[in-house]
Design a protein around this ligand. Structure first.
Ligand code: TXA
Ligand code: MG
Length: 318
């Protein structure tokens, strides 16, 4: 039986993380792991990313669990080329021009999500938009082509720590928590990609990065947003009550573990499964006939705490 990695979000005494030098053997092993639902660390031209199959919600939940992220920020999805990007996102003329000028390279474009994208809702945190990037690094390119899937990949570091630019940084931060790091030496750019939103006919700079948007009049976005403001998430339209062991008659009840509910985040009480289903179930609750939502307690540390953090924000009065 395959050894399952622990994603409890606690310091781990599990099997050691394997490090393989960049090359065909490493790509084949990484693709095998990704297609079986595991996240792997891989160099890009900006920073090392922790990559998982963006169409598999459980695989993406394992990214958050391994990073110990306090919240589910929407993730950047990596694809091998512009035609692949146009299958999951809708590109305006401006967005296509930027893509043609800078891809492959350290530019991320936030565009409206295509209707039949196949992207798991945990990747976009339930937003109707998606952040897309075509990386130039040969290792990430080879992995994308070997997997044949879009890959969600945040920086491969534990939450709150700085981004890794060497395999040794990844090991120091995530060693024992992920199965594999591909070692491609130091990354060329060392900082994360420039993010530009092209969602509404204008361009907005969401994150400064290696592409100098001030230097190029053609690329200059019309508005700049502070980075803290971008990670808005899907929030249900209905009031939401937390830690509900039982529901009132006018509440749609989301269960977890022993609390059955109308529908369950995870009947077995598995936080990774719960994270993977969270945004889908919130959407279902919003669409249900009941005017209010109640959610069962989700106890535990690590990814369970990330789920509670997200639910608390969804419950906050607006
Ligand atoms: O260089 C990079 O971009 C690296 C490498 C691995 O590719 N990746 C990276 O990913 O930095 P990540 O997941 O750490 O960056 C996500 C950023 C966050 O600031 C998030 O708020 C923003 O992208 N983002 C993702 N989806 C978004 C969306 N739909 N709307 C607005 N911002 C979004
Ligand atoms: Mg990061």
């Amino acid at each position: 039986m395959m050894r399952r990695w622990s994603y409890s979000g606690q310091a781990m005494s599990g099997p050691a993380t394997r490090v393989m030098p960049m090359g065909d053997e490493a790509i084949a092993e990484a693709a095998r792991l990704v297609l079986s639902g595991e996240p792997v660390a891989v160099p890009t031209e900006t920073v090392y990313g922790l990559a998982a199959d963006a169409t598999n919600p459980q695989a993406v939940a394992r990214i958050f669990a391994a990073k110990g992220r306090p919240a589910f920020n929407p993730l950047i999805v990596h694809v091998p080329d512009l035609p692949s990007a146009e299958k999951v996102g809708r590109f305006s003329r401006q967005a296509r021009e930027l893509a043609l000028a800078h891809w492959p390279g350290p530019l991320t474009l936030v565009v409206p999500l295509a209707a039949d994208s196949g992207i798991a809702s945990i990747v976009t945190a339930g937003l109707p938009t998606i952040a897309l990037r075509v990386p130039s690094h040969p290792t990430m390119q080879a992995l994308l082509r070997a997997c044949g899937k879009p890959l969600a990949a945040p920086s491969a570091n534990a939450s709150g720590l700085i981004s890794p630019t060497r395999a040794s940084h990844v090991l120091a931060s995530l060693g024992g928590r992920i199965p594999l790091v591909i070692d491609g030496g130091a990354t060329e750019r060392g900082i994360e990609s420039t993010i530009i939103a092209a969602t509404d006919g204008t361009l907005r700079l969401l994150r400064r990065g290696p592409i100098d948007v001030d230097a190029s009049a053609a690329d200059r976005p019309t508005a700049v947003e502070a980075p803290g403001q971008l990670a808005s998430h899907y929030a249900p339209r209905k009031p939401l009550r937390l830690d509900a062991v039982e529901a009132e008659s006018d509440e749609f009840h989301i269960g977890f573990g022993p609390v059955e509910g109308d529908i369950s985040l995870s009947e077995s009480g598995d936080p990774v499964e719960a994270a993977a289903r969270l945004f889908d179930l919130l959407h279902q609750a919003d669409a249900a006939p009941q005017p209010r939502i109640a959610v069962a307690p989700v106890p535990g540390r690590g990814i369970a705490a990330a789920i509670r953090d997200r639910l608390k924000r969804a419950a906050a009065p607006r």
